[in-house]
Design a protein around this ligand. Structure first.
Ligand code: FAD
Ligand code: MLT
Ligand code: ZN
Length: 472
């Protein structure tokens, strides 16, 4: 049965689009961190939307599940097949064309396999900005960004992928193509169907193309690194920046000392901007479309005001783009640096910005009581209320001993998040890893509605099964 199906898939996508040997499939059946692993009947890489539709229809008729995949940089195991060896991985990586760039309409139409960085570059070449920005931008794809509703470091100013999307083209689980590829900022003709596919992690269909919003190019930036006495300093500093800089505030990231220490230890060339150690740091970015917007003066005024209020202990303002890049590397390097310290238990949570200080205090205390010596690697997009509450084992302790406590520690972080009316997945999605635990924190009527939608779109349960929804 499998050999026959693989042969017919090969007829649809041609030799360039079919991988069926275990060596060739290896990078598609395991995630980049080696945290999730499965096996597949085949990996297919269609060249256009028609081929995607034919693959999905063939698999549907054969009763075979399809796992959509982009750059495979996701952090919840959503793009990895199960271990049955019967699922087909549908990789969009050959579909990377820029179909259209309409400067007057401020839109770009791209295929789902286009790498995020290539879309940013295409926009820049036309004197425009595509603002989504995240550490994996050199390998993640627009389809994966859409399917996870990716966030990143410019959400404060431009919003998440959902906010950046005007239209979608999607292959439905039965192989039909839904054409919602419109570049309209106003369209009140019934339900906004595209929103269902954004953030659905490939469980309702395969996104094949999108119309995305463009913005005026940024022509001046100011970047600063500030030492903070604690998370309350971050909340106060955001308040001051909002008052003084308005919507020129583009990025606001927070990092605990532990997070920065890992980068200083493991990234060659990383340097502490200060002589003294501080418990917390913030990375602030202002940007403007004017070439000489005087942003250094604006950021200096805001930092001075925050210093007077006791929110900031020390600060440096980048003197040029090389120094700004070095400051951003201290932030962007945390995820990679943590991998050198044993298993990293990742928790991607959000609470209202105003509650961050109390939330961190309570969660840190509970974690330290549970595992003395635990290394708490807290950092993230605090301007959005989103913290990566990652954990590393105590120095000198055993990996396995730490890993058996993973679920109990996750519950501890999520119970605390829930108590603060937060979200247990702010930007990475649920994928495979959080799909059961979500049942303990989500509204049960909401989950019922989601199951109903899944049944409507995918009655045979063949589109990325075992992801997102508990019990399905
Ligand atoms: P994949 O990993 O291939 O897939 C992710 C999910 O989307 C899977 O469920 C998959 O089935 C589905 N999918 C993929 N393509 C399609 C498609 N065409 N149609 C339907 N479903 C599809 N995420 C953030 O939000 N913010 C961050 O700041 C951030 N930083 C990161 C930093 C690093 C170093 C890394 C490694 C990851 C980071 N991520 C971040 C997570 C990840 O990069 C994003 O979630 C990204 O959007 C995933 O894109 P991808 O193409 O790799 O998707
Ligand atoms: C980040 O913002 O760096 C990622 O989303 C977090 C992570 O890799 O855990
Ligand atoms: Zn993040």
């Amino acid at each position: 049965m499998t050999a026959d199906l693989v042969g017919r898939l090969g007829q649809i996508v041609g030799p360039a689009g079919l991988i069926s040997d275990p060596g060739g499939m290896a990078g598609h059946v395991t995630d980049w961190r080696n945290a999730y692993s499965g096996t597949a009947a085949a990996v297919v890489r269609p060249g256009d939307t028609g081929e995607v539709a034919a693959v999905v229809a063939l698999c549907r008729d054969a009763g075979v599940a399809v796992v959509p995949q982009g750059g495979n940089t996701g952090l919840c195991g959503g793009a990895v097949p199960d271990s049955s060896g019967r699922q087909v991985v549908l990789s969009l990586t050959r579909m990377r064309r820029i179909r259209d760039l309409d400067v007057a309409n401020q839109t770009i139409t791209v295929e789902a396999g286009a790498v995020l960085q290539s879309v940013q570059e295409a926009a820049a070449a036309a004197g425009r900005l595509f603002p989504l920005s995240l550490g994996a931008e050199g390998s993640c794809t627009i389809g994966g960004n859409l399917a996870t509703n990716a966030g990143g470091t410019a959400v404060l100013r431009y919003g998440t992928m959902r906010d950046l999307t005007l239209g979608l083209e999607v292959v439905l689980p039965d192989g039909r193509i839904w054409n919602g590829l419109r570049g309209l900022r106003k369209d009140n003709t019934g339900y906004d169907l595209k929103q269902l596919f954004i953030g659905a992690e490939g469980t309702l269909g395969v996104i094949t193309a999108a119309v995305l919003k463009l913005f005026p190019a940024v022509r001046s930036r100011a970047t600063a690194w500030a030492a903070l006495p604690g998370p309350q300093g971050a909340v106060d500093l955001i308040g001051v920046l909002r008052e003084i800089a308005g919507d020129r505030l583009t990025g606001f990231e927070i990092m605990s000392r532990q997070s920065v220490e890992f980068v200083l230890r493991h990234s060659s060339g990383a340097r502490d901007p200060f002589g003294d150690q501080h418990p917390w740091y913030a990375l602030v970015e202002l940007s403007d479309t004017l070439p000489h917007a005087g942003l250094d003066e604006v950021i200096e005024a805001a930092l001075g005001e925050a210093f007077d209020r006791g929110a900031v202990r020390d600060a440096v303002i980048a003197s040029g783009s090389a120094q700004a890049t070095a400051l951003w590397a201290l932030r962007e390097g945390i995820s990679e640096a943590q991998n050198h310290e044993g298993p990293s238990l990742k928790h991607d949570v959000a609470v209202p910005v105003s509650r961050i200080p109390a939330f961190v205090e309570r969660t840190d205390r509970a974690l330290r009581e549970a595992v003395p010596g635990i290394r708490i690697v807290t950092y993230g997009h605090v301007g959005d209320g989103n913290l990566h509450y990652n954990l590393s084992k105590p120095v000198g302790s055993d990996d396995e001993e730490f890993l058996v406590r993973a679920e109990a520690l996750a519950r501890l972080v999520y119970d605390s998040t829930h108590a603060f009316h937060g979200s247990i997945s702010a930007e990475h999605g649920l994928g495979h890893s959080k799909r059961e635990i979500i049942a303990d924190y989500a509204d049960s009527h909401g989950l019922d509605l989601m199951r109903g939608l899944k049944q409507l779109f995918d009655p045979r349960g063949l589109m990325n099964p075992g992801k997102v929804l508990p019990g399905l």
